[in-house]
Design a protein around this ligand. Structure first.
Ligand code: NAD
Length: 504
């Protein structure tokens, strides 16, 4: 595909036909070559999609300095103007939909319906920014409810935190960065962002839309490269908030590196579906397969283990076997494909390792189980023993994993073994059992009779335990990106405050 004119500052074509994408620092698109470069390989066919620079520490420092300089200007943009700017970003995204679909296909391996779903969710989120923006208000507190504040009033303001360092994962290359950059700017912050090295182009082009819409130079800066880039961003004392989406291991490392900064961490998960004997089995089978295979299983909120009570296990597995056959896998360019490749051959090899380990420990392979390059067949594993790695490690691949349990108490015990606590779901038609399980599961979110899905983020989401800190969602993300300041007015000198009348 030809690079549309709007993105020719971001990506250029080399003499050899290969794309070269740049970094954005202080309003300039640059290709710093000091630390060398890296290639983005397409999971579709292993071809090189583009080459990008590995930013050096001094370039990261310049990006942060630029975000620092832009702070007063961004903070002072009137809320109605911010809304207008984001409406323009939305329009630009719509106008360039084909190009974004192309990027999501080639760098992330997304079939058309997945790519469109992600773009639509991002557009919808931009539409809802109006609602988000109104959350940036505050509180008026009369002081006469306490002895020591009588005669005073206070206003609690929600202010921008300052500079947001955003580091994002590979699995939703458009939606996840936008879910950080949009609320950050809406709340009056500036941003330095590092995309996942497997999928940097989508993010760079999204930032180009923000620039084109009219946000001041330095509002958003993008640096690409290795873990060193992320570490330099997070440890810089000028950064106020670290907003990270990625694995638990890297999140833990960043929490140590950041020091005393506000942290918003969206980390790994091991979502379970608990399927009880009174549920609608047809619904459970359909949703469990979708929850396991959507986005080739590369979702933090994926159903990673299905804990089904013995009484209905055979029937659930039988129906899931039929359902899984509808999930055609293969080349994402083909219309019929529902499951495309994983992000890389290495990721596919890891998933194969989990499948093999489960088989060796006694699980039954009922479908799939093979890999070709980055492609893993939709796989169904039944009767997985709890000591198999796949029973406690995040799968992040297209595997429907069944663990058979006696009852809901055993399901709860198994669900709480991994140290994750992101999403889970329960299939039952008994509301006492729903309530008991929803209350007992130690997770950030429980969905009843559906797969967990974050959608546009209208409902808040986020993890506890090793799955993270903070909540994303319309309004909730804004809250994460602001801090409270209390301004106290002493009205006593002018005799305007309320007075004691004394007590009998
Ligand atoms: P990852 O942790 O490997 O990488 C995430 C980002 O961190 C990338 O940009 C990467 O370059 C950067 N990074 C890696 N090592 C670093 C270091 N030492 N210092 C600084 N930065 C570093 O994760 P991934 O493979 O891109 O994404 C998959 C993971 O993300 C899964 O665990 C998934 O559950 C999680 N995830 C969570 C959510 C959520 O909302 N909770 C959403 C999507 C993905």
């Amino acid at each position: 595909m030809e690079i549309p004119k709007l993105f020719q500052d971001v990506i250029e074509k080399n003499a050899d036909g290969c794309w070269r994408a740049k970094n954005l620092i202080n309003g300039k698109w640059l290709y710093p070559e000091s630390e060398g470069e890296f290639s983005v390989l397409s999971p579709v066919d292993g071809s090189i999609v583009a080459r990008l620079p590995k930013a050096a520490l001094r370039e990261v420092a310049s990006a942060i300095a630029s975000a620092d300089m832009a702070r007063p200007q961004v903070r002072e943009i009137a809320a109605i103007d911010r809304i207008a700017l984001f409406s323009r970003v939305r329009k630009l995204l719509d106008e360039n939909l084909e190009f974004f679909k192309y990027l999501l296909l080639w760098e992330a391996g997304k079939p058309e319906h997945e790519a469109l779903g992600e773009i639509e969710a991002t557009k919808e989120r931009l539409r809802m920014t109006l609602q988000e923006a109104k959350k940036i208000s505050g509180e008026y507190l009369p002081g006469d409810w306490a002895h020591d504040t009588i005669g005073k009033i206070a206003i609690v303001m929600h202010e921008p935190v300052g500079i947001v360092a955003a580091i994002t994962s590979f699995n939703y290359p458009l939606y996840i960065p936008s879910a950080k950059i949009v609320p950050a700017l809406l709340a009056g912050n500036t941003v330095v962002v590092k995309p996942a090295s497997a999928v940097p182009l989508t993010l760079l082009c999204f930032v180009r839309l923000i620039e084109e819409a009219g946000f001041p130079k330095g509002s958003v800066n993008v640096v690409t490269g290795s873990a060193q880039v992320g570490d330099a961003m997070v440890s810089d004392p000028r950064v106020h908030l670290v907003s990270f989406t990625g694995s638990t291991e890297v999140g833990q490392h960043l929490a140590k590196t950041a020091g005393l900064k506000k942290l918003h961490l969206e980390l790994g998960g091991k979502g379970v579906a608990i399927v009880l004997d009174d549920c609608d089995i047809e619904l459970a089978a359909k949703k469990c397969v979708e929850g396991s295979l959507k986005n080739a299983g590369q979702r933090c909120d994926a159903i990673s283990s299905i804990l089904v009570v013995e009484k209905v296990a055979d029937e659930l597995v039988r129906q899931m076997q039929t359902e899984i056959a509808q999930w055609t896998s293969g080349d994402p360019r083909e219309k019929k494909t529902k499951v495309g490749p994983l992000i890389s051959e290495a990721a596919a090899e890891r998933v194969l390792g989990l499948i093999e380990d489960a088989r060796k420990k006694g699980a039954k392979l009922l479908a799939g189980g093979k890999r070709k390059g980055a492609y893993v067949e939709p796989t169904l594993l039944d009767a997985i023993p709890v000591d198999a790695r796949i029973a406690s490690e995040e799968t992040f691949g297209p595997v429907v994993s069944v663990i058979r349990v006696r009852d809901e108490e055993e399901a709860l015990a198994i669900a709480s073994r991994p140290q994750y606590g992101l999403d889970s779901c329960v299939f039952t038609n008994n509301y006492y059992r729903m309530w008991h399980l929803a209350k007992s599961l130690e997770v950030g979110g429980v969905t009843i009779n559906d797969l967990p899905r974050h959608g546009v983020g209208y409902f808040p989401f986020g993890g506890i335990r090793n799955s993270g800190i903070g909540r994303e969602g319309i309004g909730y993300s804004i809250e994460e990106m602001t801090q409270h300041k209390t301004i106290i007015f002493n009205l006593e000198p002018a005799g305007l405050g309320k007075k004691h009348i004394g007590h009998k």
